[in-house]
Design a protein around this ligand. Structure first.
Ligand code: BMA
Length: 888
């Protein structure tokens, strides 16, 4: 190529208007933003009520069964009129069945929301400065889905959540409604649209990075794919830098791809690769284990003197592995992640889309979410398969903050069909999204789907793991096996050979997805399934628990926001029709009630105390899972549990769900109890009753039985250093009188070895014999170097049996020398369960939302003052406490 000019990118983001297709053109209205979708635009023009308020979801359903038209016009600068140049319209995302017409000619019919489309419009577009008319008509994905269901009657359609029509459509599955989300079958240009004019372009920039096991060197193979009429004479310069300082640079010739090797349209015209050996690399670590340096790699496409195109990406150098090795003394294999040779206990959570209308979620909001997870000591977020391949801003935040990502492909909870065109669409979708995301250091695993193998098991669909004849899978009633084990597997092998690909979440190696000893499990026998008590979570452990959860109501402020009349709403009570409507889970009333009634003395009124009780219940439940499962992280060869991801971190609208933070990023109390359990150093305790026949008694006697209530105590050290000379001090109190009944050291001078849990003591409940059921026991770890390093208070359960007297609870605001509020100090004469500090209810949401607690929902025992760190409060902020048994 001799003469060339830089690739020109013209965003098509101005002048858009939209209308319902069957109305005349006088109904065109300007869009509210771009990219956008139809619900956002109708909402901005007040043509619909806010679907998130009250029961408005019901009255906006008509939108999903209409066609919608979006149109704009754009002109290209005259400089683009050189006919040798290629002009492409690039659609980053169209939701979903779109017919695109440019200057009266249909240029694209799309049917996959997740697939970016590039259309060569060289012959259709005007480059003479005149305007181009672009019209996109979106068909009803819902009705088109049903047409497809009817077209393929031989497929055994079926799913959990939503309806069968979703399985036929490559669109975010949660738009059909889920057990935490409303039905919002939206459509529109949901990601940017650009016109590109070029002679040549960089079609892709990717990296194969290998960090040597010694961590002393890294190899980065940078690979640029080039699209050009002819690549002859073109070159690519790769510049590597770190924090603005140049590290390496190399210019290489572009080699034409061998046409004979062209496998599909993804194959580029030319390729340039450069290999960089980086000694003493600045390694990327998950937060807490090191820093998150990101190298910038910039590729510049050179055509003679001209810089025809540039592309740059940030990459983190790290050695990441999924370790599945045999374990000492237990069956099966481990399942944990190791980064830079450090095994990471992956406490974290599952992520659903942050809104039903994603185009309104900006980069800051994504960053705030990931930061919140990080502040909650979460090491990993799993991007769940019923949502979307997330926006770049989400993964950028994970890279920058050091949060690991488990990435699902977008399939969930059903038996997906696999006809040939759909298979091809899925292949393209998978390849495109892997290409978009593969440079992110935070992503350490891809998984084929969410719970589709569980669906297959529950419906007895055909599956024989030993049968490796891939084509035969397509003839069975579970053809999606071909998607997970062939299409997606091939894409991953091809494009990300160094990243583990797991066929599904959960996946247990082909035999049973419920096998707790192999792969990951979703532990839903608390809440769903057998509805176990959460006190039994120790028996429900798996090698890696990628889902488990418990529901709780969101903050009262959030409830007041979704009730049409706010605080004055006649439906402002827990079982009301509107509040029930904002809970989409099957049997939610019974299940919340079950777990409350098993554990607490509670009442539905007032709403504030009831909401508190549900959050206390969720907080107790989730924290106990973390505590008990982290106990199983026992060091090399004994990684019996390698991670626990709470279902779910976030919400997509204001709702009662399993989330630990609600739609407005207001943490529920579980956020704090989970955070405490994921602190670098913790102390854990269980209390169990053991009954055995007394010596000499009849083996069937119900009388000569002795009962002992034992506590077991362990310490967990997730740091990478020994914690030396640790003492474990135990204190016990009578819950009714507050009397200290025991104080003593149960372990002395112990070493807490790094990155594992260590058993410390097992003893009878201390204090007054016979009073175990009213004895509260606290354990403290103290090290000679750092003083108190961990604290945990264990209560007799169920908590509802306790006689809780009114405590003299002191809540004092703590200020620093400059008078800023820095905390709230809490103390009491009696043990108090679950003291939550709230900003006074009369404070506006704007003001209250600025106040951030670094901890909350703490158990208070006599003789101790606990400080909750606070930021964002002023001296006029009023704090109010709430606790279990509070008279209201
Ligand atoms: C899981 C998820 C979701 C669902 C959740 C709660 O298994 O994968 O499909 O929302 O359970 O039921």
């Amino acid at each position: 190529m001799t003469s060339a000019s830089p690739r020109l990118v013209v965003p098509v983001d101005q002048g858009w208007s939209f209308k319902q297709e069957d109305l005349d053109d006088s109904h065109f209205l300007p869009v509210s933003q771009f990219p956008t979708n139809v619900h956002l635009d109708l909402l901005a023009h007040e043509r619909i009520p806010d679907p998130f308020i009250g029961k408005n979801e019901e009255v906006v359903q008509w939108i999903g069964e209409k066609k919608w038209v979006y149109k704009t016009s754009f002109s290209l600068p005259k400089t683009t009129s050189d006919k040798s140049k290629k002009v492409v319209l690039a659609f980053d995302g169209l939701d979903t069945f779109a017919t695109v017409v440019l200057n009266g000619k249909t240029i694209l019919e799309s049917d996959n929301m997740f697939l970016p489309y590039r259309v060569d419009v060289t012959d259709t577009v005007r480059t003479d400065g005149e305007k181009n008319d672009l019209v996109i008509t979106f068909d009803s994905a819902y009705l088109r889905g049903w047409d497809l269901v009817e077209k393929y009657p031989d497929h055994k359609w079926g799913c959990w959540n939503g309806d069968n029509s979703r399985l036929a459509v490559r669109k975010a599955q949660y738009h059909w409604g889920w057990d935490w989300g409303p039905v919002t079958l939206t459509c529109g240009p949901w990601r940017p649209i650009n016109v590109e004019v070029y002679d040549a372009r960089l079609a892709d920039l990717s990296f194969g990075t290998t960090v040597d096991e010694s961590l002393k060197s890294a190899t980065v193979v940078a690979r640029a794919e080039v699209e050009a009429g002819s690549v002859a004479g073109t070159q690519v310069r790769f510049d590597v830098s770190l924090d603005g300082v140049a590290v390496a640079s190399e210019t290489v010739d572009v080699t034409a791809s061998d046409a004979a090797e062209k496998k599909n349209d993804d194959t580029p015209d030319g390729i340039a690769t450069a290999t960089f050996l980086i000694n003493s690399p600045a390694l990327w670590y998950p937060a807490r284990y090191g820093k998150q340096p990101l190298y910038t790699v910039k590729a510049t496409l050179l055509a003679g003197e001209t810089e025809a195109d540039t592309s740059s990406k940030k990459i983190g150098l790290r050695r990441a592995r999924l370790v599945q090795h045999p374990l000492q003394d237990q069956p099966g294999t481990s399942f944990f992640f190791e980064v830079n040779n450090v095994p990471i206990f992956c406490g974290g959570s599952d992520w659903i889309p942050a809104d039903n209308f994603v185009p309104r979620i900006d980069g800051k909001r994504y960053h705030d979410w990931v930061k919140l997870a990080l502040e909650g000591h979460q090491a990993m977020i799993r991007v769940w398969g019923g949502g979307i391949y997330e926006e770049e801003a989400f993964y950028d935040a994970c890279d920058e903050l050091g949060v690991l990502v488990w990435q699902d492909f977008m399939f969930g909870c059903g038996n997906y069909p696999a006809w040939p065109e759909l298979r091809e669409s899925i292949r393209r979708e998978a390849a495109a999204n892997v290409r978009l995301l593969r440079h992110h250091a935070s992503i350490v695993i891809w998984a084929g789907n969410n719970e589709d193998y569980q669906y297959q098991e529950s419906e007895n669909l055909t599956y024989d793991y030993a049968n490796k004849d891939t084509e035969s899978w397509l003839k069975t009633d579970f053809p999606a096996r071909y998607i997970y084990e062939k299409i997606l597997a091939d894409v991953c092998t091809d494009l990300i050979p160094g990243t583990p690909y797991h066929y599904g979440s959960p996946w247990g190696g082909g035999v049973d997805t419920h096998d707790p000893t192999v792969g990951d499990i979703h532990q839903w026998n608390v809440w769903h399934g057998t509805q176990e008590k959460y006190q039994n979570f120790d028996r429900l452990v798996g090698r890696f628990v990628s889902e488990f959860g418990m529901e709780a109501f969101p903050s009262v402020r959030t409830i007041d926001q979704f009730l049409p009349d706010g605080k004055k709403d006649a439906d402002r009570y827990p079982q009301s029709s509107t509040i029930d409507f904002h809970n989409k889970a099957d049997g939610h009333e019974r299940r919340i009630a079950l777990y409350l009634v098993e554990n607490f003395r509670y009442a539905p009124d007032p709403l504030e105390q009831f909401v508190y009780c549900t959050q206390l219940m969720q907080a107790e439940c989730l924290a106990s899972a973390y505590r008990l499962w982290k106990r199983q992280w026992q060091g090399p060869g004994k990684e019996y549990c390698g991670g626990a991801l709470v279902w779910q971190l976030n919400d997509c609208w204001p709702v009662t769900s399993w989330s630990i933070c609600d739609y407005y990023l207001r943490p529920k109390h579980a956020f704090f109890t989970v955070k405490r359990e994921m602190a670098p150093i913790t102390v854990g305790m269980t209390r169990k009753e053991h009954a055995h026949n007394e010596e000499g008694g009849h083996s069937h006697s119900r009388v000569t039985i002795s009962r002992q209530t034992q506590i077991e105590i362990w310490g967990s050290n997730l740091t990478l250093e020994d914690i030396e000379s640790v003492d474990c001090v135990v204190r016990a109190w009578d819950v009714e009188t507050g009397k200290l009944t025991y104080e003593g050291k149960v372990a002395e001078g112990v070493v807490l070895k790094p990155n594992r849990s260590t058993e410390l003591a097992a003893l009878d409940v201390p204090g007054v014999k016979g009073d175990e059921a009213k004895t509260v026991v606290a354990a403290y770890l103290k090290s000679s170097a750092a003083g108190q390093i961990a604290r945990y208070v264990n209560w007799p359960e169920p908590l509802k049996y306790l006689h809780l007297a009114k405590p003299e609870l002191k809540v004092e605001v703590a200020k620093n020398e400059s008078g800023d509020v820095v905390g709230v100090d809490i103390s009491s004469n009696l043990p108090v369960k679950g003291v939550a500090i709230e900003v006074h209810e009369d404070t506006s949401n704007e003001e209250a939302d600025l106040v951030k607690f670094d901890d909350n929902l703490v158990d208070i025992v006599p003789g101790e003052t606990v400080r909750l760190g606070v930021s964002g409060a002023t001296s006029s902020t009023q704090f109010t406490p709430r606790y279990l048994g509070m008279q209201v």
